[in-house]
Design a binder for this molecule. Structure first.
Ligand SMILES: [Zn+2]
Length: 227
């Protein structure tokens, strides 16, 4: 599990949460403001926790004034280290709080019987048995659709070609009727698949939800074309 680091957009506190919590809402442990955990780690803003520039190491002088300077720088370094350390410890406990809030929300979703990850969604969104999956028929139909260049350029074929539908109430011209009839006859096998699909009560396209928002929905444009 990788950590997602981001700064609270309200108070600037640097926070780190489990990457699985990206996109969910939580309250900032520092200022209490409701915030959305970003999906991408935001560039760290110069907030109150920005690390102070470390002074160069003391040169370990031989003369007494140099020793005093070294001691003074040493104490300052120690103080700075303690300050940075306490901020880091504080930040860690803040991250723990955010993580716990986020995990509790994910747990609540799971308790309600709903998926909280892509892998869980894959299981939850059940695959209908063979022969009962509308998506299988539609995918087979998409492969069978035949739209030739002649169809696309046809002056008689409306919608698919360049033919125009008559105004409402006017009959279809005979040439258009023939063009539509020919086109449908040629695409009978595809239409039969679409009809079979339409009779199925269940449908699931072969998608892997673990891919998340970058998942490709190849079938969407095909469904649009078939419609
Ligand atoms: Zn905050």
């Amino acid at each position: 599990m990788s950590d997602l680091k981001f700064a609270c957009p309200n108070c600037g506190r640097h926070l780190a949460v489990d990457a699985a919590c990206a996109g969910s809402q939580t309250s900032c442990p520092a200022c209490g403001q409701l915030i959305i955990i970003p999906r991408e780690p935001a560039p760290a803003s110069a907030g109150p926790t920005s690390r102070p520039g470390m002074p160069a190491r003391e040169p370990g002088g031989r003369r007494s004034w140099a020793r005093i300077t070294a001691l003074a720088i040493g104490s300052l370094l120690l103080l700075a280290a303690v300050a940075v350390g306490s901020v880091l410890i504080w930040g860690k406990s803040a991250a723990k709080t955010v993580n716990a809030q986020c995990q509790a929300k994910l747990e609540a979703i799971r308790k309600a019987g709903e998926p909280a990850s892509g892998a869980e969604l894959n299981v939850w969104y059940e695959q209908p048995p063979a022969g009962e999956n509308a998506a299988d028929f539609f995918l087979a139909g998409f492969e069978l659709v035949q739209i030739s260049a002649q169809d696309a350029n046809s002056a008689d074929l409306p919608l698919i070609g360049k033919g125009k539908l008559p105004p409402p109430g006017q009959p279809l011209p005979a040439a258009a009727k023939k063009a539509i009839g020919d086109f449908l006859a040629r695409n009978r096998p595809a239409l039969e698949k679409f009809e079979q699909g339409a009779r199925c009560a269940k449908s699931r396209y072969p998608l892997d939800f673990r891919e998340g928002p970058s998942m490709k929905l190849k079938h969407v444009s095909q469904v649009k074309q078939a419609a």
